[in-house]
Design a binder for this molecule. Structure first.
Ligand code: GDP
Ligand code: MG
Length: 172
């Protein structure tokens, strides 16, 4: 049956434009990667249902449709969320600096929820501008979990959603 799940959890992906939010999401839900995503792909949300900790969990995964270009997301987007993923690009220092901005904006508009920091494009080793340690330290400071991912190489993508889901279930 369609609605036969134990938990419906709303998760948001935020972060600077072109860090790979849409790519991470589509890699996870559609098992694919495209090198030419439009920032305004227009995805509102995707669903993913799976069994975890003996519970059937349905994730409602929200993607921005280009609003992040203006470094502001409308507050209705944040409403009722259970978890948050902030994404930066390891080859883009600016996107890492802006993590604090995204955390502040989201914290002012949501209840305290579990958060995961993702350093994406981990396949771009040569162009790396943010070290793994810096990412880990910032996440620790901000009280977030941390993972480096590659949507391109399918590295740590499923792990990211599972880790956040486990954290969200701890709060249930
Ligand atoms: P968004 O604006 O945050 O949603 O970013 P997109 O998902 O649209 O990705 C922006 C660009 O980065 C696209 O050209 C993607 O193909 C590319 N991209 C996304 N993830 C990765 C990754 O893990 N590795 C590499 N090399 N490129 C990526
Ligand atoms: Mg996008």
């Amino acid at each position: 049956m369609e609605d036969n799940y134990d938990y419906l959890l709303k998760v948001l992906l935020i972060g600077d434009s072109s860090v790979g939010k849409t790519s991470v999401l589509l890699r996870y839900t559609d098992k694919c990667f495209a090198s030419q995503f439009q920032t305004t792909i227009g995805v509102d949300f995707r669903l993913s249902t799976f069994q975890i900790q003996g519970k059937l969990v349905k994730l409602q995964l929200w993607d921005t449709a280009g609003q992040e270009r203006y470094r502001r997301i409308v507050s209705s987007y944040y409403r009722g969320s259970h978890g948050l993923i902030i994404v930066y690009d390891i080859s883009n220092r600016e996107s890492f600096k802006n993590v604090t901005h995204w955390l502040e904006e989201s914290s002012s508009r949501t209840d305290p929820v579990p958060k995961l920091l993702i350093g994406n494009k981990n396949d771009l080793k040569e162009q790396r501008k943010v070290s793994t340690d810096e990412g880990r330290e910032l996440a620790e400071q901000l009280g977030m979990d941390f993972l480096e991912t590659s949507a391109k190489n399918n590295e740590n993508i499923e792990e990211a959603f599972i880790r956040l889901t486990n954290k969200m279930l701890e709060k249930k």
